[in-house]
Each structure stands twice: as C-alpha cells, then as structure tokens.
Write a protein that binds this ligand. Structure first.
Ligand code: CTP
Ligand code: CA
Length: 230
C-alpha cells in the first residue's frame, strides 16, 4: 500500500533501456537478426515506469508490443541504435542495455535484391561498434555519467564471460543469463540470471518471471547507486 500512495522512488529519474534484436540489412528484402524477443527489456521498462521514472526505450526488432507510458524509439541496425543511445546519454541517470546487438553486419548493403547467380554465395560481414563499451568510454572521458547495466548472453562459462564483460565494458552491473537453459533467455516468459557488480558483488536469482527479474534488478541498481554516492 505504501508503494501505491507513497512517492514514486524513481520520480524525476531518466532511465534509458534498449531491447530487442538489431536488424542488419543484406538487400531490400533480406536481413540478419537474432532470437531476442525484447521481453526482458520491456519488463524493465514497465517496472521503471511504475516506479515513476521517465523511461526511454530504444528498441530494435521485437516480438512483443512495447509498454505504454514510455518514450519508444524504433531502430533497426546496430549503427542506428548506437546513434539513438549515444545522443541521449547526456542527462540520463541509468542505462540498461538489454538489446541483443548484432556483432557483425553485412560489409555492404545491396541496393537491389541479390539474384541467385552462383552455387556458392559468400556474405562478407564487418564488426559492429560495441554500444555498451562506447557508453563506458563516454563516461570515462567525461569523468561521470549514467549508471550502466549491461547484459551478457552466454551458453558456457557464464560467470567467467560475464565478469570479463563487466570489466572490459566498464559497466556498473552485468546481468548474465545462460540462454541455452530452459526457462531463460530469448523468447521465454521467465529468466534465470546472475547479477555481477564492482567489488565482487554477485547475486544468483532463481527462475522468475521477467517482470520479477526486472523488479529485483531495479532494487540492486538502487542499492548500488546509494552505495556509490555515499
Ligand atoms: N552490446 C552492445 N553492442 C554490441 C554488442 C553487444 O552494446 N555491438 C551489449 C549488449 O546489449 C549487452 C552486452 O553488450 O548488454 C553483452 O552482449 P553480448 O552479446 O553478451 O557480448 P559481446 O560483447 O557481444 O560478446 P560475445 O557475443 O562475443 O559473447
Ligand atoms: Ca554479442
């Protein structure tokens, strides 16, 4: 009841969330994407909205419909998503990067539909910028900025890879999930995650709905931000 009548804990806070998979065009009718449904990012957006935050949701291709009451920015490619995220960092308090950003994109996009002329077709791919890492570098260059939460989608050695990403991308928290596990990751209604932070923070959550994961994640973010401002 206190939650309903009391002041909203995230009132006045700007939260930027990315969700869904990016779409990397090959030609006018074909593209490369991934299995991300966008549901985890949407659940976080809803939870932050209900806590009173001003939420901006930068989303790529998604299966679900984005929640009401949030500012939805539609993007397609990783390059576009990067621009939409970077141009909004100033004045943002928390960034949560749940999007599944394609690591590579076609080296060139054909203007016309590619014809089947040979038995073997090689598609050349080039590496996309790492948006999360750029956010970390932007913060470092400015000597401050939003609290940054990254995700790590893994199928093996989850903890090792997640801790590596936490350090390499200079995030404040990393939410790791084993996307090969039943009841976790892409498309599922539930998720099983571990959250890692600076200074050895680790919390392993049981299988929960994505909304419950979102609520717990926002609690962890709140506590970590309190800790870093003390
Ligand atoms: N990410 C990003 N830009 C990219 C790739 C990933 O911002 N070009 C972000 C994702 O949104 C996620 C985090 O980085 O928050 C981790 O993504 P993940 O795919 O797990 O890690 P990668 O660093 O891409 O490493 P790999 O795919 O090789 O495991
Ligand atoms: Ca990746």
């Amino acid at each position: 009841v206190a939650k309903l009548i009391g002041p909203k804990p995230l009132a006045g806070q700007r939260v930027l969330i990315t969700a869904g998979g990016t779409v990397e065009r090959i030609d006018p009718v074909r593209y490369i994407t991934n299995d991300s449904s966008g549901k985890m990012g949407f659940a976080i957006a809803e939870a932050a909205r209900d806590r009173g935050a001003e939420v901006t949701l930068v989303c790529g291709r998604t299966e679900a419909t984005p929640p009401h009451g949030v500012n939805v920015i539609r993007t397609d490619s990783a390059l576009r998503m990067r621009d939409e995220v970077m141009s909004r960092l100033d004045g943002t308090d928390v960034v949560i990067k749940a999007a599944a950003v394609a690591d590579y994109r076609p080296a060139s996009r054909a203007d016309q539909k590619i014809k089947k002329t040979s038995d073997l077709l090689t598609l050349e791919l080039v590496r996309n910028p790492d948006i999360l890492q750029e956010v970390g570098e932007w913060k470092e260059a400015r000597g401050g900025g939003p609290f940054v939460v990254g995700f790590a989608a893994e199928t093996t050695d989850v903890e090792k890879h997640a801790l590596d990403k936490l350090a390499r991308k200079k995030c404040d928290l990393i939410v790791a999930n084993n996307v090969a596990e039943a009841g976790a990751g892409f498309g599922a209604e539930t998720n099983i995650v571990s959250v890692y932070g600076r200074g050895g923070f680790a919390e392993h959550l049981p299988q929960m709905t994505k909304r419950a994961v979102a609520e717990r994640l926002l609690d962890i973010v709140r506590d970590a931000r309190k800790g870093s401002s003390e």
